[in-house]
Design a protein around this ligand. Structure first.
Ligand code: MG
Length: 368
């Protein structure tokens, strides 16, 4: 099989509500998403999506993805999309790094492999666990009361895992954590995501000022060194999110005991193939996982859920459905959708999502 055409689409995904990270430092209104459609010489069509969370969250941005694709996509014409590991290796030789620019290509190739073999991506990744994956909400930062209101809205849609954004104001952070941990239901999990906002002294102050079981803190500080310093002086579990970019980061996290949980975001780590290596290492090393995308429509979310549902339930802490927070719906009635706070991957060949191209508009680039 050969790739004979790659089309690139750009679509803006406005958020239903403006969103703030870490004490109002960063406001988000719209996400810039890139869709990749790979067509093969035997008539298959695979879809992938890459969508950073704005420009200020990670060293990644929408037009950066399209610039990477402008360099890589023409060189992929004629490649075999079923040889995904080789294809990834070739992309890394063409352009080292820039993982976020390449993940949508990897995703589209998994979609093609699934359609070709008439297997769902979750089954290709090792097989589906029959228990649906809990969806974590994403609770924008605010006063403790505002954040509880948001949690209640998510609770009404069935959510029982919540990612509450903290950071920036120490006294208020301590109040947020104490208040929300007190107000949560018995069957709920709330974890507190600082998105790198604290320096170690601040993280240590907040984490040691709150107690209670089943809470953990995500990416308290900017670097792995700083997070390690926090790990040594606190007892609540720590999750590394933004600090996990390449496999070597995971090796360090495990070897140095920096965290008990990692958040593997497909776009940031370069797609399903590279995430799969991380998954397998975590299973051997006893590291729990959140599995998410950095953002996007139901297409990106569905790839995430295929991956998440290939993980034993005792290792998975949740996923996230960005598409519930943005519009438009690019594949109505398709893909992985929220069912009372949990989600399952479609039982269809490939990803099981075909975006409506009348919503995507004309491609911004075509390579053939
Ligand atoms: Mg996070």
């Amino acid at each position: 099989m050969k790739i004979n055409k790659i089309s690139i689409y750009k679509i803006d995904l406005p958020l239903h509500k403006p969103y703030w990270l870490s004490g109002g430092r960063l406001r988000f209104d719209v996400l810039d998403s890139t869709f990749v459609c790979i067509e093969t010489d035997d008539g298959l069509e695979g879809w992938g999506e890459g969508c950073p969370w704005g420009e200020t969250y990670l060293p990644a941005f929408g037009s950066g993805i399209r610039a990477v694709l402008g360099l890589v996509a023409p060189q992929l014409i004629g490649s075999d999309p079923l040889k995904i590991e080789q294809l990834n290796r070739n992309m890394d030789l063409m352009l080292p790094g820039h993982e976020y620019g390449k993940s949508a290509v990897d995703m589209a190739c998994w979609d093609i492999l699934g359609q070709h073999s008439e297997m769902s991506v979750v089954d290709l990744l090792g097989g589906r666990y029959d228990i649906p994956v809990p969806i974590a909400s994403s609770v924008s930062t605010g006063t403790p009361e505002q954040m509880l209101e948001l949690i209640k809205e998510f609770r009404d849609s069935g959510y029982h895992v919540h990612s509450a954004k903290v950071g920036a104001d120490l006294e208020l952070d301590i109040e947020r954590v104490k208040f929300l941990s007190r107000e949560k239901n018995r069957d709920e999990v709330i974890f507190y995501d600082a998105n790198r906002a604290w320096i170690p002294q601040e993280a240590i102050s907040v984490m040691n000022a709150v107690d209670g079981g089943n809470i953990w803190f995500e990416q308290p500080c900017e670097t792995l060194e700083q997070c390690l310093q926090v790990r040594r002086q606190t007892s609540h579990p720590i999750c590394i999110d933004e600090g996990l970019k390449i496999f070597n980061d995971l090796l360090r996290i495990s070897n140095e005991g920096i965290a008990e949980i990692v958040n593997i975001k497909l776009n940031r780590v370069g797609g399903l193939s590279k995430a799969r290596r991380m998954r397998d290492f975590c299973l051997e090393a006893g590291i729990a996982m959140l599995i998410m995308e950095t953002g996007g429509s139901v297409l990106a979310d569905t790839a995430t859920v295929h991956f998440a549902q290939s993980i034993p339930p005792e290792f998975i802490r949740g996923t996230w459905l960005c598409h519930e927070m943005v519009g438009p719906d690019v594949a109505e009635g398709q893909g992985a959708r929220n069912i009372n706070g949990d989600v399952s991957a479609p039982d269809l060949p490939g990803l099981g999502v075909k975006p409506d191209i009348s919503i995507l508009g004309e491609p911004v680039a075509v390579y053939e």
